[in-house]
Design a protein around this ligand. Structure first.
Ligand code: PRX
Length: 571
């Protein structure tokens, strides 16, 4: 397909400003907006919510919430009071600065109140995606030694309390007749506390949020971000989301993933924008209905969703009034040029791709309103961010040469730790002075970056990052499975799907029924999105002499490509 460059549109942030700040951006200028400039201390939840009460925005709607049974709105003043209350609930339980408090629940206003209240008392918030099953929940709560969790009656059975000695408090949102011993009711506790709170003022390098994400080996790792990240959330809200005072912003991501917190909570509210949260499951109609109902102006979503909507047909789009839209963005996986052209046609909007990762905490390479879009490209680095392509020895490569996408260390929202795992943290910085993303890419002669793939075996299915090791570990727990190797297989809608190659134990025969049973086993043990859509039984799997499954060879088999160097393969 021929790439057709799409000309720029009007935005807040202009090209001249970009060029002026390209080499150096003085982040300390941004800090002047916030409390530590005056007091030396900070609290992200205060800056995102309470600060706006000082500037007359208390009555402005911060959150519109809508699902099959609820239709509500909350002003900044409402969220301030409710999060104060939740902070008091936690204080009463003895929760202190630095403690890990998790939320494990669907997107509802209570989730957002819990996140803000947790941050206000200086605790570290850990969001868990509601689709996680017991195994996934256990790994994350054990690793983080979480002391409290907020959940719902439906999800409570997935928290293996007996395996979690550190977990002292379970708070349940929603009606349940008999709460198990030690479990308390969110609603009852909220009634019993004041809506005024002594905010815990913290240092900018104190922990804010812990997001678990997958690598190609080992269990999911806890990526720790600190309060300092808010500078970048705030500023990218201006440069990239182009947020203005009267915007109605809809980020469709769940807070279980980093997009749903950095850009579903922090960026819009730090900028005082109104955010829409659509709860529950939704159909293509619901997407458009949500934009129409709230007159959404800025919409941040993912390629997999755009592809799904594209599949639902253009006729559907015509049935809704989407004329409020003025800015559309995408993140999480490669944005196909076809989708960009489709967006031009049906929404009359450019879709702006953005690139970043859980570890980077905020957007780093983006398409801005003030620049032409080259469909298929992720865009250019933020002002003051130096991105490049390195070869495997750590040398910078000239334009149009593919290599390791790397960022010079030192941006405000960079992760500060892999929880309790300094060695894993160091792996990202194996070339001194650089953060190595694990993505391969090239930069063209105009400075646009083009994504090429992952260097490791991490799978990106519908924009969700899945570690093959986690899935393989679950698979081999099934009594029929002797060995398992898991790869991402290209898929037109989901980007990749998970495919498992399985060698069965003696006494088991391949069958469709067994395949279904194994799939269900992963779904119920880990999460639906981690279950292999395809399973292929093989007598033997390709392994190194040291016994490691060679996913690279599995992938080559799958794609019908040469298997490359197999000198380390066992006979
Ligand atoms: O491979 C890249 C892909 O998603 C990875 C990061 O996943 P995660 O930490 O879950 O964060 C997703 C949302 C911030 C990256 O290493 N990825 C992310 N954005 C893009 C992308 N791939 C291509 N184009 C993008 N715009």
């Amino acid at each position: 397909m021929k790439v057709e460059i799409i000309p720029p549109t009007e935005g807040n942030f202009n090209l001249e400003d970009y060029q002026k700040t390209y080499d150096h951006f003085d982040w300390s200028e941004v800090e002047k907006e916030f409390s530590w400039y005056k007091t030396g201390k900070i609290n992200t939840a205060y800056e995102a919510i309470d600060r706006h009460l000082q500037t007359g925005k208390g009555d402005k709607v911060a959150l519109y919430y809508f699902d099959q049974t609820r239709d509500e709105s909350y002003t900044f003043a409402d969220l301030s009071k409710l999060s104060n209350k939740f902070g008091n609930v936690l204080r009463k339980l003895g929760i202190q600065k630095g403690d890990r408090v998790f939320v494990f629940m669907p997107r509802t206003p209570e989730l957002y109140v819990s996140v803000l209240g947790t941050i206000k008392v200086g605790a570290i918030i850990g969001p868990l995606f509601e689709a996680f099953m017991e195994g996934a929940v256990r790994d994350r709560l054990q690793d983080s030694e979480a002391v409290a969790i907020v959940t719902t009656p439906a999800l409570l059975p997935r928290i293996p309390l007996a395996d979690l000695p550190h977990l002292k408090h379970v708070i349940v949102v929603g009606e349940q007749a008999d709460l198990p011993a030690g479990v308390i009711s969110y609603h009852e506790e909220m009634k019993a506390v004041s809506d005024e709170l002594e905010i815990e003022w913290v240092d900018r390098e104190d922990g804010l949020i812990l997001h678990y994400t997958s690598g190609s080996t080992g269990k999911p790792k806890g990526v720790l971000h600190v309060h300092n990240a808010m500078i970048q959330h705030y500023q990218t809200g201006k440069w990239v989301l182009d947020l203005q005072d009267d915007d109605i912003f809809w980020c469709t991501a769940d807070p279980g993933w980093v997009t749903g917190t950095s850009y579903g909570i922090f960026a819009p509210w730090l900028n005082g924008a109104t955010s829409v949260i659509r709860g529950g499951r939704f159909t293509p109609d619901d997407w458009y209905r949500t934009i129409e109902k709230y007159k959404v102006t800025v919409w941040y979503s993912a390629p997999t969703s755009f592809r799904m909507l594209m599949g639902a047909g253009d006729e559907l789009v015509q049935r809704y009034d989407l004329s409020s839209l003025r800015h559309v963005l995408s993140v999480g996986e490669p944005l196909n040029p076809e989708v960009v052209y489709w967006g031009q046609k049906v929404f009359k909007q450019r879709i702006h791709d953005t690139w970043w990762m859980t570890e980077t905490g905020g957007q780093l390479i983006c398409n801005y309103k003030c620049m032409p879009i080259k469909p298929g490209s992720m865009g250019k680095p933020l002002p003051g961010i130096y991105a490049t392509i390195l070869d495997d020895q750590g040398n910078e490569l000239p334009p149009n040469r593919m290599g390791n996408l790397a960022i010079r260390v030192g941006w405000p929202s960079m992760m500060r730790q892999i929880w309790k795992n300094p060695a894993k943290y160091q792996e990202y910085f194996y070339v001194p002075g650089w953060y190595i993303s694990g993505d391969s890419a090239y930069k063209d002669e105009d400075g646009y970056f083009w994504f090429q793939g992952r260097i490791d075996d991490v799978i990106n299915t519908s924009g969700e990052r899945v570690g093959p090791f986690e899935v393989e570990s679950k698979l081999v727990e099934h009594p029929a499975v002797a060995e398992a190797g898991v790869i991402g297989k290209p898929d037109p809608v989901r980007g990749e799907i998970i495919k498992a190659f399985i060698a069965l134990r003696d006494g088991y025969e391949p069958s469709d029924a067994l395949m279904e049973e194994i799939r269900k086993f992963v779904k119920e043990g880990l999460a639906a999105h981690a279950a292999p859509r395809e399973i292929e039984f093989r007598d033997k799997l390709p392994k190194t002499r040291s016994g490691k499954i060679m996913r690279r060879v599995l992938k080559a088999w799958e794609l019908g490509l040469p298997t490359g160097d197999t000198s380390t393969m066992e006979d």
